[in-house]
Design a protein around this ligand. Structure first.
Ligand code: AMP
Length: 573
């Protein structure tokens, strides 16, 4: 049985180390002490989650609620907790400090094991309905009453969604391999297993049951795969240089869906692997009617007006639905899925097959009703690509996707299996996807909405930090401003995000959660921003303007500092 106090001690050790090797070693030691019945739960705790995203079990207790539980467990007023928190910027440290000098020394920290802690968190997460917040605070206070200061530090960070151990999935995979083999020899198999089921707890449990099962790990329905990602190039010439002869498909500006069917059961997953089944009943019906027992395929959901041969982006589609009602809009703009890949069929994992054969299988099943095929055209030279690119823009799409015919399905990876070529907006050279880290209050006309723009960050892979790249003050509709203001209000924090390097401070910091697409004129060097900073100046977007929210993208998919630097260097040429 693994005690939570050992886990908390391990977390403490991990925090004081920065090297990946050391962290791997410490984690592997912990895994060695862990039973097969506990390992999945322990992995989730290390990841700071309760289950993979598609299970939809989330805790995310608001700061104010956590503060109330802390005050009650530590026996201080709320104002004392708040003032300590203002200084430390970390509720975990706050409770640890307050516990250490606890007024009511009633603390009987009895040994809690990992399963008990995990089950208590799940109980809190599943509490819903009237009075549920009060009940959650009660459960949390009970846990805290039983905790040592160190345990409390990590419990509070976990329930508020700010565990920040700095242990990424790659380190966990390394440590799993080390814990059983003493080296990294099963690392690759473990990673592949993770990429095709997106559930690290499940992978670890399977591995602990028997390492052979990992070597033979297969794609399975209702365990969504990490979606394959696309690289970006700027011209047809670059694409031909990279791939040679290849296939071109249109790049649909839709909503990516991974569709799973087994018997009469169907589930749909978003790109972030959240369950979307309830949102697309007509798609579910069409999939049920497919004449295959089991299938996993991928496509883009968007509206297509057949008589006009015109595509509507997913955003436009949803907007019409809101405005004219679903029934009217569905007739005018029926939602279609443009199917572009197949990953599994009737018990057979197809991900290792080259795209050319997956595509043949795909064509033997689709089109069927609203499940259309994404058209594919083989090309040999840049002129052919140029022509298709222009055609895609004229039909209302956002560009093309070039595909390597020999490539397997690269689950979870950005390999040159897929390359996107996108239109640029107006004068903008390009767009980037960044994460919102803060926002400003409105001035003048905008004050009504209390919203005055966003502070945006990109991801630096070299040091795993977020770095600011722009303050975006324009490009919003009034509706968007209002929506943003409401969304951001909910995730406001007192302290800046943990992993952020910044020089300018917004009026409010927020948890890095929402991804937005931003257009800009070019990239300059600025003393205000920290992206790739050198000699006190960072790379920054000039005339940035909001393009759209990218609710479909997770923060792990945002533009990297390296990409921004590349764009700058290209522009200089
Ligand atoms: P981006 O979101 O700009 O990084 O582009 C990659 C996304 O394009 C994928 O995640 C898909 O959602 C989308 N996409 C649109 N059309 C296709 C297509 N024909 N093949 C693959 N992905 C596509």
């Amino acid at each position: 049985m693994l005690f939570f106090k050992d886990v908390a001690e391990t977390f403490l050790k991990i925090e004081s180390k920065s090297g990946r090797l050391e962290m791997t070693d410490i984690l592997a030691q912990l895994f060695k002490k862990t039973d097969v019945k506990e390992i999945d739960k322990l992995i989730y705790l290390v990841q700071g989650i309760l289950a993979p995203p598609y299970d939809g079990i989330e805790l995310g207790l608001g700061e104010q609620f956590a503060i109330r539980a802390i005050a009650s467990a530590a026996g201080y007023d709320r104002s004392k907790v708040e003032s300590n928190y203002k200084k430390s910027g970390d509720l975990g440290l706050t409770i640890e400090e307050l516990f250490a000098k606890k007024k009511q020394q009633s603390l009987s920290s009895s040994d809690m094991d990992v399963l008990y802690i995990y089950d208590s968190f799940v109980k809190m997460a599943k509490t819903s309905g009237q009075g549920s917040q009060e009940l959650k605070i009660k459960y949390l206070t009970e846990l805290l009453n039983n905790s040592s200061p160190t345990e409390a530090r990590f419990i509070i960070r976990f329930v508020t969604g700010r565990l920040r151990l700095g242990v990424g999935d790659p380190t966990i995979l390394d440590a799993l391999s080390f814990s059983r083999t003493g080296d990294k020899s099963l690392r690759e198999e473990l990673e592949r297993a993770y990429n095709v089921c997106s559930d690290l707890g499940y992978v670890a449990k399977t591995f602990f049951e028997s390492p052979e099962k990992i070597v033979e790990f297969k794609v399975q329905p209702f365990k969504p795969l990490q979606p394959a990602l696309a690289e970006r190039l700027s011209t047809p010439k670059e694409i031909i240089e990279k791939l040679g002869s290849c296939s071109i498909e249109f790049k649909f500006d839709g909503f990516r869906l991974q569709c799973h069917k087994k018997g009469n059961e169907v589930e749909l997953y978003s790109r972030k692997l959240e369950k979307m089944t309830h949102m697309f009943p007509d798609v579910v019906d069409a999939i049920k009617k497919l004449k295959v027992k089991e299938i996993i395929f991928e496509g883009e959901a968007l509206a297509f007006n057949e008589p006009q041969k015109r595509y509507f982006s997913f955003q436009q589609t949803m907007h019409r639905r809101r405005k004219h009602g679903i029934d009217a809009a569905s007739k005018e703009l029926p939602l279609n899925i443009f199917v572009f890949d197949i990953l599994y069929l009737n018990g057979k994992d197809l991900t290792a097959q080259p795209y050319s054969s997956r595509r043949k299988t795909l064509e033997s099943i689709f089109p069927e009703e609203i499940l259309k095929l994404s058209e594919k055209i083989d090309v040999k030279n840049e002129k052919e690509i140029e022509k298709l690119f222009k055609q895609s823009i004229s039909e209302g799409l956002e560009g093309i996707m070039a595909k390597d015919l020999a490539s397997p399905y690269t689950a979870g990876k950005r390999k040159f299996a897929w390359i996107k070529l996108k239109k640029s907006y107006g004068k903008a050279v390009d767009t980037i996807d960044g994460v919102i880290v803060g926002y400003y209050l409105g001035k003048g006309a905008r004050v009504e909405f209390e919203f005055g723009g966003l502070l945006l960050a990109v991801y630096n892979e070299d040091n795993a930090r977020l770095e600011t790249v722009a303050r975006i003050g324009s490009g919003y509709t009034e509706e968007e401003m209002k929506e943003l203001q409401e969304m951001l209000e909910e995730i406001k924090t007192t302290a800046p995000p943990d992993k952020l390097d910044y020089k300018v401070e917004p009026d409010f910091w927020v948890q890095p959660k929402y991804v937005v697409e931003v257009a800009f004129d070019d990239i300059t060097l600025s003393p205000m921003h920290t992206c790739g900073v050198k000699d006190d100046r960072g790379y920054a977007l000039r005339f940035p303007r909001m393009q759209k929210m990218r609710g479909d993208k997770s923060i792990s998919e945002i533009t990297t500092t390296r990409e921004v630097v590349d764009l700058y260097e290209k522009q200089m040429k």
